[in-house]
Design a protein around this ligand. Structure first.
Ligand SMILES: CC(C)(COP(=O)(O)OP(=O)(O)OC[C@H]1O[C@@H](n2cnc3c(N)ncnc32)[C@H](O)[C@@H]1OP(=O)(O)O)[C@@H](O)C(=O)NCCC(=O)NCCS
Length: 145
């Protein structure tokens, strides 16, 4: 039995989020100013995983998807992504974009497809990840909700 609690982040969570992102070599740029866009999962007092959905009107950027290595392979990463996509759909978001250098084989199971970086909605391109935090070699993926 696991003891996972999903919750929206607040400022008090930032130190733990930043550590989890660093541990996974994911960019911190622009993340703290979007702290309220993070969905977290705690196992007791331990931050086991996170995912963030930066909203840009009818489009959104899914970023900072990470689970603590101690909790990998138990469905946690998928549970986080499914929950955050459900939230996006509930809010009327139509298009979710992500950039990844490490997990392009993980996201197709949710319906994400590879697209050209230029083809992403203009609104999402203002994000820190598009503005340089993610290398140009990153793969761009899109999901239509
Ligand atoms: C990607 C990540 C969030 C998956 O977390 P997790 O808790 O292990 O995921 P789950 O247990 O729900 O899913 C495991 C499944 O995902 C697959 N998977 C995990 N990481 C993967 C990756 N980087 N690429 C492709 N598939 C991956 C596993 O092979 C497994 O597949 P299966 O269901 O066919 O057996 C985690 O590996 C991670 O934090 N990676 C480092 C950060 C990262 O690359 N994030 C994505 C940035 S956009």
């Amino acid at each position: 039995m696991n003891d996972w609690t999903f919750q929206t982040a607040n400022a008090d969570d930032w130190t733990r989020i930043a550590q989890l992102l660093r541990d996974n070599d994911l960019p911190l740029d622009g993340a703290e100013m979007h702290i309220g866009d993070f969905l977290l999962v705690y196992d007791g007092q331990t931050l086991a995983g996170c995912a963030a959905l930066e909203r840009y009107g009818a489009s959104a950027l899914l970023r900072s998807v990470a689970t603590d290595t101690r909790f990998r392979g138990r469905g946690l990463g998928q549970a986080l992504v499914r929950r955050i996509l459900d939230i996006a759909q509930g809010e009327g978001i139509r298009t979710v974009i992500l950039l990844t250098t490490t997990a392009d084989k993980f996201f197709p199971r949710f319906g994400f497809k590879v697209i050209a970086r230029e083809a992403a909605p203009e609104a999402v391109k203002v994000s820190a990840e598009f503005q340089g935090a993610c290398p140009t070699s990153a793969i761009t993926m899109q999901l239509s909700l």
